[in-house]
Design a protein around this ligand. Structure first.
Ligand SMILES: [Zn+2]
Length: 274
């Protein structure tokens, strides 16, 4: 028995979006090797939150840790205060790097509304004139990041998306798992969908949650610290002390499904890293 937890938000029976990263349900699942539980625990993760997925181990609700990542993760321990944060691994740009994204539009793929959200997310990053830029390609073989749908059960549970962090060799994480029902099931606007996709893209290039040190800031519930977790939680210079929900950072742990364009601190953080 292990806990299954939803990412970001759940669709409440009362018909509104709520901040909810609380543990939603208990499901029977595949066993996670004790060795992996031990390693992830040692890295600072709460073992209750580990789920086995096709890509690897899903922790902290929307972060994927692959076996490869586990093998290369350091044991550095840094627990800073409260600002914008990055992982130790970042994307190598060589001064300028275009990251190609693919999202399936086939039968079990994404609707036009979801693709519009992806295009808007890409446009938001590109408008920043960073060393990284994004483009959408129509052939998955050419893509650096492939966006694929969650399974139906996860989509119905209200899971929004998940992604991982850059590799030790400086490539972005290669897959975003994303719900395909943000528009059809939850009625999110293009801007709201763009916000969620931009969040997962943020993980792929090395952003941790702005409130990683206390997820209750955006998710409500009890204080919960994701920890340094062996992947780094490096303060990004120039970003303020103390995350608040009202600042609506795109990298907050939970969202209400609304629009969160990059705020000034998000911009500082993006410009600093890239
Ligand atoms: Zn996240």
């Amino acid at each position: 028995m292990r806990r299954s937890i939803s990412i970001f938000m759940a669709f409440a029976l009362v018909g509104m979006f709520v901040y909810s990263c609380q543990k939603e349900s208990l499901t029977q699942g595949q066993e996670i090797p004790q060795k992996v539980i031990d390693q992830l625990t040692k890295m600072g993760f709460n073992p209750d939150g580990i789920e086995l997925t096709d890509e690897g181990y899903r922790i902290e609700r929307d972060i994927i840790i692959t076996d490869e990542f586990l093998a290369t993760a350091g044991n550095e321990t840094r627990v800073p205060g409260a600002e914008q944060y990055s992982t130790n691994n970042l994307v190598s740009t060589g001064g300028s790097r275009n990251i190609k994204m693919f999202a399936d539009t086939g039968r079990r793929g994404y609707s036009a509304g979801m693709i519009a959200g992806l295009d808007e997310a890409i446009a938001r990053y590109n408008a920043m004139n960073l060393e990284i830029s994004f483009s959408r390609v129509t052939n998955s073989n050419q893509a650096d990041i492939v966006m694929t749908r969650l399974n139906k059960g996860e989509e119905r549970q209200g899971i929004l998306g998940s992604a991982g962090f850059p590799t030790a060799s400086g490539d972005p994480y290669g897959e975003i798992k994303m719900s395909g029902i943000l528009e059809s099931g939850y009625g999110l606007s293009t801007a709201g969908i763009a916000t969620i996709i931009a969040h997962e893209m943020g993980h792929c290039v090395g952003f941790r949650h702005t409130d990683y040190f206390d997820r209750s800031i955006s998710c409500n519930g009890s204080p919960y610290n994701e920890g340094e977790a062996g992947i780094g939680a490096n303060h990004i210079p120039g970003t303020p002390t103390g995350a608040t929900n009202s600042a609506k950072s795109w990298m907050l742990s939970c969202t209400d499904g609304g629009d969160r364009p990059f705020n000034n601190d998000d911009r500082t953080a993006l410009n600093y890293l890239y």
